[in-house]
Write a protein that binds this ligand. Structure first.
Ligand code: PGA
Length: 261
């Protein structure tokens, strides 16, 4: 049995080293449970973690995979959909059997029904063991934008303007970014047994400070992770640069073996 509660902050010199640490944590969990249920975030940040999974040439084929969110309106064949991205960058190269892959689809007619069905499947497999997360500059986790209910379940969510700008890169312009998404809710995310959140770069420094050291508030949805009992936040130096207790977090991580962690 796991005891105690933990929000560990892992600060590494570079993005690559940050991904390496996150990969090591994930591997420890997979060794304990080869059929682990993994929730996948999409976006620039977790790409280095997924690359390590692929390049390790280990078998992750017994694991079950869910995704955190998807653009509403994009079909599975659209290369910009999160489903296509995860298949291309991770699940295809890992050769994961289709029966172990449960990804939200953006092209469903009734997204709210699809969202309810998704919750039922998560429940049926015994829940998410490890959820990988990124965080938006506005504090979103998944597409739970500021103001989201902290108890929300998988549902449709309207994207806010900062998110539209941040995703304009994969579309021709902010006008072309879908306005709606389907996303696991904050309540859904909080039920994952372990959370690995990754953030890199100076653009994330403010939000990381508010998420880790600020108040728990729906204005920064990621701050709700302060209420979770097993969260690891992997940061590069730039994303950690505005943490008031940066040196304290580093010391704790370097010395955790002394208290048997
Ligand atoms: P990013 O996205 O990893 O591409 O910065 C994070 C997010 O929007 O949650």
């Amino acid at each position: 049995m796991e005891v105690g509660a933990l929000m560990e902050i892992v600060i590494q010199p570079s993005y690559e080293e940050m991904c390496e640490e996150a990969f090591r944590s994930l591997l420890q969990e997979v060794k304990k449970k080869p059929t682990l249920v993994l929730g996948l975030a999409t976006g620039k940040t977790p790409a280095g973690l997924y690359r390590r999974m692929v390049e390790s040439h280990r078998s992750f084929r017994r694991m079950r995979f869910f995704n955190l969110d998807e653009f509403f309106g994009l079909g599975p064949e659209d290369p910009r959909s999160f489903r296509a991205t995860l298949k291309r960058e991770l699940l295809g190269p890992l050769n994961v059997p289709a029966r172990n892959v449960y990804l939200l689809r953006g092209d469903v007619k009734d997204p709210n029904r699809a969202a309810e069905a998704y919750e039922r499947v998560i429940h049926a497999v015994g829940g998410i063991d490890v959820q990988v997360l990124g965080i938006g500059r506005n504090g979103h986790i998944g597409f739970n934008e500021p103001g989201s209910s902290l108890g929300s379940r998988t549902r449709t969510k309207t994207l806010d303007t900062k998110t539209l700008v941040d995703y304009a890169g994969i579309f021709a312009s902010p006008d072309e970014v879908p306005r709606f998404s389907i996303t696991m809710g904050i309540g859904t995310i909080l039920e994952a047994r372990r959370i690995l959140l990754l953030a890199a770069g100076r653009a994330k420094a403010d939000v990381i400070h508010r998420m880790v050291e600020g108040a728990v508030t729906a204005e920064i949805p990621g701050s709700v992770l302060q209420l979770h009992s097993r969260v690891s936040v992997f940061l590069d130096e730039e994303a950690a640069s505005k943490l008031a207790r940066r040196e304290y977090w580093k010391w704790i991580y370097a010395n955790k073996w002394r208290v048997g962690q």
